[in-house]
Design a protein around this ligand. Sequence first.
Ligand SMILES: [Zn+2]
Length: 248
Amino acid sequence: MSPQSNLNSSKTLEGVHGLHVVPHSPFSLEEITQHGDLLSASESSAIESNQQLSVRRVWQQRPGCLRPIQSCIHGDQNFIETAANVLTSLPFIALGIQAPRKNMNTKLYANSLIGVGVASSLYHCSRGKLRKYLRWADYTMIATASVFLSRALRDENSKLLMVASTFLLPIQPLMVSAVHTGMMEVAFAKRALKDPDLRMAHNVHKMSSFLGGAFFIADDVFPKTPFLHAAWHLAAAVGVGTCNKLLE
Ligand SMILES: [Zn+2]
């Protein structure tokens, strides 16, 4: 049926009592809703863009834990805060120097701890465009240290896990840190059960990990509150210090 014949038939039907035919192009897009209503192309595109908007809104309002590294982007607002963040980064360098260096794995871990302190200090001192890259370096260095620690504690870590961790390190440092920190926590708890000398260190470790986690989340939720990030540094340094006991 051509558009012309379509027009003609609608004119014929127009004469029938109570019937009004609205001409439309056979090529226009129509969608049938759940209730059977017809939607024009412009209506459905409006609904589509509305849906896209609401998806975007939900994505923007997702909780901090689902965002890639957001923490401390607003940090270092003044000199005192930067000084606090740099000073609380230095214990990691000291811990790296003191960490046992019995074999290749423990040496790598000790050096990565020094790297954490250096990367963190550089990041907190940085300003401008460089800051974005140093923030990435800071979190990637933390993830690297967590991988080396879990390797130093468990030689039998599967090759696949190590390859996956190495591959994901630069892309998803937080995820890699979480997996390897979790493995370290399990190893620490098991060792503390067997060795009574480690129990005190393990209790301090649990407390500092809990506080560190709380400060890390608080820093993300209340980014304008000063010194939350420095408090996280300190709690993390205490937690890392207790891990060195495991390597002795
Ligand atoms: Zn930091």
